[in-house]
Design a binder for this molecule. Structure first.
Ligand SMILES: C[S@@+](CC[C@H](N)C(=O)[O-])C[C@H]1O[C@@H](n2cnc3c(N)ncnc32)[C@H](O)[C@@H]1O
Length: 371
């Protein structure tokens, strides 16, 4: 593959030395001097009571008493220097990077199910930007397990595809036109200006302090006429018919992330605040378009396609609800592992009941760098 690098190497990740479980203070913005009032997160005791109330019709969920084994993985290189929080591994706090999701196998499987789910919501499509078939280079930022990049590289066998992430969790066996690199996307990107036809960024919600700055980096590396596509989701579980009431575990789910994101200085209200479009406009993109979708959670929908999507959303969440929420509920909001387990058991109960017609919002926004 051609060398797309800037001559200097300022953006590669280097591992930090922070203790597991520590987080930086609020970064950027005025959060420190003028904090927003905390959200009304229901206390852990609420979920203990709910569990007792539900004990008679317990569905036998074993997660309540589960004792996840503590990871004792030895550190083999600085890049593999993970933090461990209650037996789950997380990427080390590195430079600007501060990722809230676990990066272990359980969480990665959940993300891969999520990929299938997101592709289903897009009728099997991997992107919405009007890409030409003969594009030469594409970049996937925050590639995770690389599953989107692998599918894209298969669909575009003549395109050089690069996936970047701060966590080295990508597989070794990938299409020959795809490579992975470790890079912190919140630092200046190391690719040459004007070399990419397409930049894809999916689910960086809660990881970015300054979205305009992120999209400016994308603008810089794109060729004139190239496209940036941003795919994000809201952590809030909502309903149109009031079944997700404010005492429900589903309602509380989003609050952990929104409150934790405020403390981290990395917003989770990207959809509500229309951050993607604003940041794209500020970065200089034109012909910006967007696509919104409500994703059902659980198999409650009548429509067969929505029902299938909801079942995958349920599977993804049930696969690892603790891996998604642990960092926020434990480190940022201060709950114990046991309190979180009681809460997630109630969450799973609600999802499985089919009585709560929950959905979350997702939005894809794409724009063109002018010629
Ligand atoms: C929710 S996952 C999404 C993965 C993938 N984009 C997908 O949609 O399947 C977010 C990913 O972003 C990565 N990430 C978080 N902060 C990052 C940063 N500053 N630079 C690069 N990657 C980052 C995480 O390590 C994680 O793999």
């Amino acid at each position: 593959m051609a060398d797309d690098r800037e001559p200097e190497t300022g953006g590669a990740a280097a591992a930090g030395e922070k203790n597991p479980g520590t987080v930086p203070g609020p970064a950027g913005s005025g959060e420190q001097s003028n904090p927003a009032p905390p959200l009304d997160i229901l206390p852990p005791q609420h979920w203990v009571q709910a569990a007792q109330d539900n004990a008679s019709d317990d569905d036998g969920d074993s997660a309540l008493g589960e004792d996840a084994a503590s990871s004792t993985a030895s550190i083999t290189s600085t890049i593999l220097n993970y933090r461990t929080i209650h037996g789950r591994t997380f990427h080390s706090e590195t430079g600007n990077a501060q990722y809230w999701g676990s990066n272990d196998d359980k969480k990665n499987e959940s993300m891969d199910i999520g990929h299938h789910l997101m592709t289903l919501t897009m009728d099997g499509k991997l992107y919405r930007a009007p890409l030409k078939k003969n594009i030469k280079k594409a970049l996937d930022i925050g590639t995770g397990t690389g599953i989107w990049a692998i599918d894209f590289a298969d669909e575009y066998p003549d395109t050089e595809v690069i996936g970047t992430d701060v966590s080295p969790i990508q597989p070794g066996w990938v299409p020959p036109n795809l490579k992975f690199e470790i890079e912190d996307c919140t630092r200046p990107w190391t690719f040459r200006p004007d070399c990419m036809d397409y930049v894809h960024i999916r689910l960086l919600v809660g990881s970015v302090i300054d979205w305009t700055e992120l999209f400016r980096e994308a603008y810089k590396v794109l060729k004139p006429g190239g496209y940036l596509e941003s795919y994000e989701a809201s952590p809030a579980m909502e309903s149109d018919d009031g079944t997700v009431d404010d005492k429900s575990a589903m309602h509380q789910w989003g609050k952990f992330f929104i409150e934790g994101g405020r403390k981290l200085g990395r917003t989770f209200t990207v959809i509500d605040d229309k951050v993607q479009r604003k940041a794209m406009e500020e970065a200089g993109f034109v012909d910006i378009e967007e696509w919104d979708c409500k994703v059902p959670i659980g198999g409650w929908a009548q429509d067969p396609k929505l029902k299938e999507i909801g079942q995958y959303a349920q599977l993804s969440l049930e696969q690892d609800s603790e891996g998604w929420v642990l960092f926020m509920a434990n480190v940022m909001v201060g709950w114990s592992k046991e309190e979180i387990q009681v809460y997630t058991t109630q969450l799973r109960r609600e999802i499985r009941s089919g009585k709560k017609h929950a959905f979350y919002r997702q939005r894809v926004v794409w724009g063109r760098k002018p010629e």
